[in-house]
Design a protein. Structure first.
Length: 366
């Protein structure tokens, strides 16, 4: 059986497991195969529908010729039994000869197997596929992408509710996070995640989820989070003891609130965006979980292009934390790194650099 992968990519594998590059490399023919596999009804489609979908700008004679050539090519590539005809006017794909991940995803949902369905849903339908001369196909693809993504998000929400009811907090958080990832602008999904994280005591992660949501809403919709989402974030922030976590009274103040190093998150050097790492570090810092925050600030070690704007601020934060922890040597090293990076600063940075020099002189003179 051939295996047609449409979720999170475009791939076609032979029964032996070899990639059938010749079909995937031809976008319109691969799109036709995907349409035959996934479009409703999942039986047969009228040739007239396919002509309007894929060759709208050609006259009927040339469009029919293009369709016939494409079907002949698919039969030659997948075997005669893979592409079926019913009479002279209808075409379909054999489910016995070609398996499709997107179809299997929906069948798993229909069978009540949400976890298996979400294992299959690795990402959006046919990302990156574009047919400039087939507007109807583009519209169909956009609708299907949204429909399948919504079904996946709903499945993740259902699993979240199941795990909450069963008292399995960690699993509930896992599925709530998946739901929020699948619906990145859905404030309801974000609030559900924030509430679960808050309930589990990971308030820094809850505030990070809020900060990331707020940034997406501003960048993509140019709006602020809804009042109820902001209110939830404020309630979580109030429970972090933010005011107590802020340095007060000079070096070493508040050291008793520093969290131990257990349950440290992994250092995310796996391609995670720099703004996401910075937000995580800032939330942990605000929550007084300084040792954890240090690990995230340390993910800006070198002047790499996308990390460069965060490099000096990360050194500054690390210097402040080390000073607060009483580690004078590390604090001096990071303060000096700030001065080295900002050797020729913009005028608005000069007061901050004067403060750094003052702290450095105090540490070196003490």
């Amino acid at each position: 059986m051939f295996r047609l992968h449409l979720l999170a990519g475009s791939d076609l594998l032979s029964p032996a497991g070899a990639a059938v590059h010749s079909v995937v490399a031809q976008p319109k023919r691969f799109a036709l195969l995907a349409y035959l596999a996934l479009a409703a009804p999942r039986t047969f489609h009228r040739r007239d529908t396919l002509l309007a979908m894929f060759w709208p700008e050609r006259d009927e004679k040339h469009a029919r010729n293009a369709l016939s050539k494409s079907l002949h090519y698919l039969r030659a590539s997948l075997g005669a039994g893979a592409i079926l005809s019913r009479g002279a006017d209808e075409v379909g794909m054999s489910r016995e000869r070609v398996w499709c991940d997107a179809v299997e995803f929906e069948e798993a949902l229909a069978a009540g197997e949400a976890e298996r369905a979400l294992e299959l849903y690795r990402g959006d339908l046919l990302p990156g596929l574009l047919l400039d001369d087939a507007l109807e196909f583009e519209r169909w693809l956009a609708r299907e992408r949204e429909r399948l993504r919504t079904r996946a998000a709903d499945a993740a929400r259902g699993l979240t509710e199941r795990e909450v009811a069963a008292g399995r907090a960690d699993e509930a958080v896992r599925w709530a996070r998946r739901a929020a990832e699948l619906a990145p602008l859905d404030e309801g999904a974000a609030r559900a995640l924030m509430e679960l994280l808050d309930r589990n005591g990971d308030r820094a992660a809850a505030l990070l989820a809020y900060a990331e949501l707020a940034q997406r809403l501003r960048e993509e919709l140019e709006v602020e989070p809804a009042p109820e989402t902001q209110a939830l974030a404020e309630r979580v922030r109030a429970r972090t003891g933010f005011a107590d976590a802020a340095p007060a009274g000079g070096r070493g103040a508040g050291i008793g609130r520093v969290a131990a190093a257990e349950d440290l998150p992994p250092v995310p050097l796996d391609g995670r965006a720099p703004h996401t790492r910075w937000l995580r570090a800032e939330m942990l810092h605000a929550a007084g979980r300084l040792r954890e925050a240090l690990r995230w600030y340390a993910t800006f070690p070198e002047p790499i292009a996308y990390d460069l704007p965060y490099l000096a601020p990360a050194h500054l934060r690390r210097a402040e934390i080390h000073e607060r922890l009483g580690d004078r040597r590390e604090a001096v090293w990071h303060y000096e790194a700030v001065l080295d990076i900002w050797r020729d600063p913009d005028p608005e940075l000069r007061p901050e650099l004067d403060a750094v020099r003052h702290r450095l002189a105090q540490l070196q003179g003490g």
